[in-house]
Design a binder for this molecule. Sequence first.
Ligand code: CO
Ligand code: ZN
Length: 332
Amino acid sequence: MKNLIQKLVESIGPSGYESAVREIVRDEVAPFAEEIRIDALGNLIVRKGSKTKSGMRLMLAAHLDEIGLIATHIDENGFIRFSTLGGVRPNNCPGGRVRFMNGVEGVIGIERLENPDRPFSIEQLYIDVGAASRQDCPIKVGEVAAFYRPMLDLGGRIAAKSMDDRIGVAVLVESLRQLKKTPHEIYFVFSVQEEVGLRGATTAAFALDPDLGLAVDVTLTGDTPKGVKMEVALGKGPAIKVRDGKMLSDPRLVQYLIETAEKAKGPYQLEILEGGTTDASVIQITRAGIPSGCISIPCRYVHSPSEMVDYNDVQNAVKLLVTVLSNPIHLG
Ligand code: CO
Ligand code: ZN
């Protein structure tokens, strides 16, 4: 699975520009899918199974897009000013390397700060692609880029840009691969534009009108020096989301996921995330409402160029998901 993860995290797909990542996923799922379609926004929707008497129509979601940058102005010396696509934090930028969709790479520089103790903003940063003038600059206003780093394999743990949410994408692909038999009609939705407001999942959920929604995405951890106060830690298993900034998971689904994890003898932890959310929050309030939840992969340094996950958590997430999908689901 590490090869698949590497392929996914080393491709570039900022919000709205997911086509390269989508092509990789489409090739990976094709041998296992019963139906594949791409909707008007670009969501890749893959069906497996048909609804039996004991089954449900399920929508699973993992987002293809990653946070990115968009060129807003090129100055006369060829330096590119930019704004953001999604939650790019200024602190994670200086010295970073970026790659534009046309393959041009550059580094992020920062103006000399009047007061280095004060926080700085995105407006004080620029991208240097090695151009000497505006005429010489291979990037035009409106072109988009993402952080670029090769994946770092530390053995048990792996770090890369866009683990949020390529790791969720990898979990869905691997679960689809491993799933032998299911009573459910399952839609694996590889969604677009999550980082700019959960847009792809919003339209996909409306179209699919599922009985149950489940996102697979990353969550923060509380296990780093002076980090956020949070129980979730790397290596203690996939996290079953209880709540986040925009969603209270359906408590019956939380309970069902806990029982399933225990029956499968897999580790799990419970997630309470104060800020941030996932595609599940919009699936839940689609149409007349859909019971929804989320399986989260614990991840350090989310929205930085080096997001870190534990490989065992990833495999245990697949194990949990495959178990859930293979059996009838009973909600309280
Ligand atoms: Co994110
Ligand atoms: Zn995400």
